[in-house]
Design a protein around this ligand. Structure first.
Ligand code: NAD
Length: 490
């Protein structure tokens, strides 16, 4: 039986084929045991009329090998073409996006010589659910979905990564001062899971000030775990700080499949010229070699690459008079790395992957959540209403006519701001109203449990009254705890 590990390879578009060939040559020369299955994805497939950019047979290969080494893809503009990366992540459940970022000072110019951080970004949820609606003339909505299993898996992954790689600190970025339920859940899970890792320092930053700190003092961080959107933004910022986005690779880890790539795109402006820097993809390849347990090869490739960078042998994108010694093209760079296989850097810190474990933890299924007692206690009815100068008092008087089954109108908000009762005349109102009905209790608290039938009756009366209701959102409690936010000013 062959001891080669089957992997799926896509050569991609633009500079993809040039840099993929370079990387496979280096890895093979280093002794990687790979059995390559090639698949076609990207521009050619898109332009043949397949808007997903992936041939159905490609999925078979990915499911068979479970390991995907992917060169960058060009997403054609317009025409409803779907991003392959988003499709891959969601279809294959690649929930953990891991991006190690490092400065190679003084060989690659950067204002931040001491960066050595890893961003662990949640890859499937958050605003990337892509559930968007236009609801009124003026208002568009996107749903931000944060789940308990999704947050738990990514937070645990970040701590596992830190533990295996002897990282000292894990930082969490959220905006839970505003999004108390969604980001609040992520933060709470971070605190809970963090307790299982007593040897690791933990901290939480509000994303705005955290991102500012990451942009100006990246050396203050070690591993940072974040929900999807923040991770997308912050990881590009920090990659840029190290001197070049061309030097970073990433791993996208799921339970059955893992995908490894460079973080840059297909660079159509230099495609075919043979001058692209293969480093980002090569670093993705090093992560892949660790993932499949070929740590000795990963270490050999990484150290030879560090030595090449240290020797000042640089492609045009990182070549700087003074810091660099020799300007090379893709082939020249590839040959230089291959010549240095077996050597270690002297000035930059060599890696020792066989000592620190696998480096890239495997994905784990989420743990089963303890079920909470869920009770229906009210409903938010969303209306498109553009009458009577948008006067909330007029709207409230009309809505009080549809009250039923003990449900009373207790609040109206506009863009989340309470406008009834006791709204402020200065508040700007759009044509989109959230009208809360519940059995009145103490203050804003619900006074009792209701049935789904009560909501149906309310909707029937809203219909009979001629209201344009655009959606409803049920209000629940879980073990008596509110499962919804209060209105701003409530
Ligand atoms: P890009 O990363 O391809 O290029 C930005 C700039 O960096 C260009 O000037 C390019 O020449 C340079 N550059 C990038 N990689 C380089 C390398 N390895 N060596 C030397 N120079 C390099 O970003 P873009 O121009 O915005 O996007 C081009 C295409 O890539 C688009 O179709 C985009 O959708 C796609 N894209 C794909 C991925 C992916 O497949 N993971 C990621 C980002 C963008």
């Amino acid at each position: 039986m062959s001891n080669r590990t089957p992997i799926t390879v896509a050569y991609g578009d633009g500079i993809g084929p040039e840099i993929m060939e370079a990387c496979l040559n280096i890895m093979e020369a280093a002794g990687a045991q790979l059995e390559i299955e090639e698949i076609e994805i990207g521009e050619k497939v898109y332009l043949s009329g397949n808007t997903s950019g992936i041939e159905p047979s490609a999925w078979d290969s990915l499911r068979r090998t479970g390991v995907f080494f992917k060169a960058p893809i060009t997403t054609p503009q317009g025409g409803g073409y779907k991003s392959i990366n988003v499709t891959m992540r969601k279809t294959l459940g690649l929930y953990a996006n891991v991006r190690p970022m490092m400065s190679y000072h003084p060989f690659v110019k950067t204002k931040h010589p001491k960066v050595d951080l890893v961003i662990v970004r949640e890859n499937e949820e958050d605003l990337y659910a892509g559930i968007e609606h236009r609801q009124t003339q003026e208002v568009y909505q996107t749903l931000k979905l944060i789940t308990h299993p999704g947050s738990e898996r990514i937070v645990r992954y970040a701590f596992e990564y830190a533990r295996r790689n002897n990282r000292k600190k894990v930082t969490c970025f959220t905006k839970d001062n505003i999004m108390k339920m969604t980001d609040g859940l992520f933060h709470k899970i971070f605190d809970q899971i963090g307790e299982e890792y007593p040897e690791i320092e933990k901290e939480h930053w509000i994303i705005d000030i955290g991102a500012a700190k990451a942009a100006t003092e990246p050396e203050a961080f070690d591993v940072i775990v974040m929900p999807n959107l923040y991770g997308d933004v912050v990881s590009d910022i920090t990659a840029q700080l190290t001197g070049s986005v061309g030097l970073a690779g990433s791993a996208n880890i799921g339970e059955k499949v893992a995908m490894f790539e460079a973080i840059h795109g297909s660079a159509p402006d230099i495609a075919g010229l043979g001058i692209a820097n293969p480093s980002g993809l090569l670093i993705g390849g090093v992560l892949m070699l660790m993932h499949i347990g070929q740590n000795d090869v990963a270490e050999k490739v990484r150290n030879a690459w560090l030595k090449t960078i240290e020797d000042g042998i640089h492609t045009g994108d990182i070549y700087k008079e003074g810091a660099s010694k020799k300007r090379v093209n893709t082939k020249g760079f590839t040959d230089a790395v291959i010549e240095r296989l077996g050597q270690r850097p002297v000035m930059l810190t060599p890696v020792n992957y066989s000592k620190t474990g696998t480096g890239i933890p495997q994905a784990e299924p989420p743990h089963i959540l303890h079920k909470h007692h869920k009770e229906l206690v009210g409903v938010d009815l969303f209306l498109d209403w553009d009458e009577d100068d948008r006067n909330p008092d007029v709207l409230a008087a009309e809505l009080q006519q549809i009250e039923t089954d003990g449900l009373k109108l207790v609040m109206i908000t506009n863009r989340g701001q309470k406008v009834w009762p006791q709204g402020a005349p200065e508040t700007f109102c759009t044509d989109h109203w959230r009208c809360r009905f519940q059995i009145p209790g103490e203050g804003p608290m619900p006074g009792g449990v209701i049935s789904h039938q009560a909501i149906v009756n309310l909707l029937q009366k809203a219909h009979d009254h001629g209201f344009d209701f655009i959606k409803m959102e049920n209000l629940y409690t879980f073990d008596g705890e509110l499962g919804f936010s209060l209105g701003q000013g409530q």
